[in-house]
Write a protein that binds this ligand. Structure first.
Ligand SMILES: O=C(O)CCC(=O)C(=O)O
Ligand SMILES: [Fe+2]
Length: 439
């Protein structure tokens, strides 16, 4: 069987692996015309004393955040602190206090909000302009952006399925962009291959924005290590050559869909699969999350959490705040911390206007075999399931997710036809493990 690297066919489906839940916000109401984001409340005072830089001023998108909530949804409205992340994390007292504040906020709210630097803000504007340009292209041109070896490329509205229902999101996925001569591509590693960029106008700004988020993701992991009380490197050892990837997203207005999904639903409830999800949204509004809860248990790497509590109460709406990224947690963070930090269930509703967003996934290496952290976590990490003795191979978790999400995509057919899946158990695909003893 022959495969071209680019084809004009895309039948992807997101059948399932988990998504679901949300966080709480903290509590300063931004006033109309306020120049600073609603930042630093109680913890703030403490952070300021420790010389953590203040956030750059950025206006909130809406003077009434509630007003941006998609119609037909009922949820509490989050009012999140905006944390300022330093240019470098070196282990100062300020870094340690900030790490603790971030971990506390994730445990309480399931989500944090961080200020973009001026540079990042420019990169986000450029990436957003490129996204708008791309999604305006004729369908055939977008649909040609598919690759038979990687899961990078275009997914039309209604093609991805979460928990059995089509999502209305239109997506361009960017995984590690590896050319055909790259040894892992030549060795036919699952999911490894080129990104089928439509043009340089898309490639350049997206690549630059993603690289900047990669730096942010590493700093957040370093800070999280302090906050968790584990040895430096306990998390970042897994992200050498991390399998970071991005979903560039467009959501149609609720009254202009193609009828394949469910009225008003953008993406169904799910958790994402790696360490951190750093997101930016425009001023339209659509994201909901669930706060961590003792009552809501899930382990998406074992059993799909897709659809979790989707139509139940308890959701928190995350209104757009200009000049900020939000950061939620993925399955591997939950696994590593044995439920001390839990993956954040979330979902997206359709609004009256089209909405553009980015979700950047800061991930372990494809080759990483993760094992739960030893120590730290305030001594409160819990038992994982009894069959957890071998750790989790991230590359297998990722491949399983994408096969399940896109069973009809050319990439899945080729992976199966060439028996690439069996390579996942080879030692050369499992070269990054946990240190024998940590902390
Ligand atoms: O649109 C958003 O804000 C989030 C998108 C999302 O959850 C995803 O792409 O997995
Ligand atoms: Fe997500």
């Amino acid at each position: 069987m022959k495969f071209s690297t680019r084809v004009c066919l895309n039948l992807s489906r997101r059948a399932g692996p988990g998504k679901a839940r949300m966080g709480t916000a903290t509590h300063i109401t931004p006033g109309a015309g306020m120049a600073m984001p609603p930042c630093f409340n109680i913890k703030n005072a403490q952070i300021t004393r420790l010389n953590v830089p203040q956030p750059t001023p950025s206006p909130v998108h809406a003077t009434n955040p509630q007003a941006t909530m998609p119609p037909g949804y009922k949820a509490e409205v989050a009012q999140l602190n905006v944390f300022q992340i330093p240019d470098r994390v070196t282990g100062t007292a300020g870094d340690k206090a900030l790490g603790k504040a971030l971990v506390d906020a994730w445990r309480r709210d399931g989500i944090i909000q961080i200020a973009m630097s001026n540079k990042q803000r420019q990169l986000w504007e450029d990436a957003k302009a490129a996204s708008r340009r791309f999604f305006k292209k004729p369908h055939a041109e977008k649909a040609a952006c598919v690759d038979s070896q990687s899961y990078s490329g275009y997914i039309a509205s209604g093609e991805e399925v979460t928990d059995g229902i089509a999502d209305y999101s239109e997506i361009f996925t960017i995984t590690k962009d590896l050319d055909m001569a790259e040894p892992r591509v030549r060795a036919k590693w699952p999911c490894h291959g080129p990104c089928p960029w439509p043009d340089i106008e898309m490639k350049e700004p997206m690549t630059q924005y993603n690289e900047s988020l990669g730096v942010e993701g590493e700093k957040l992991l370093q800070l999280a290590e302090f906050g968790l009380g584990v040895a430096p490197g306990s998390l970042t050892r897994y992200t050498q050559d991390g399998w970071h990837h991005t979903r560039v997203l467009r959501f149609p207005p609720r009254n202009a869909t193609n009828g394949k999904g469910k009225e008003g639903r953008g993406i169904g409830s799910h958790t994402d699969y790696g360490l951190l999800v750093i997101s930016a949204q425009d001023d339209v509004g659509g994201l909901f999350i669930r706060r961590p809860s003792q009552e809501e248990k899930f382990a998406n790497w074992e059993k799909s959490a897709a659809g979790l509590k989707e139509d139940e109460d308890g959701w928190v709406y995350v209104p757009p705040v200009a000049g900020t990224h939000t950061v939620i947690l993925g399955d591997m963070m939950q696994y590593l911390t044995r439920n001390y930090l839990t993956a954040t269930p979330h979902k997206v509703g359709l609004n009256t206007r089209e909405r553009f967003a980015f979700a950047y996934f800061h991930e372990p290496s494809f080759q990483a075999v993760l094992e739960p952290l030893q120590g730290g976590c305030g001594g409160k990490a819990s038992q994982l399931s009894s069959n957890d003795t071998e750790g989790v191979h991230y590359g297998t978790h990722f491949t399983n997710m994408f096969i399940r999400n896109y069973p009809d995509r050319i990439t899945t057919h080729r992976l199966m036809a060439e028996d690439r899946y069996s390579l996942l158990s080879r030692p050369e695909l499992r070269t990054i493990g946990a240190l024998p003893t940590l902390a």
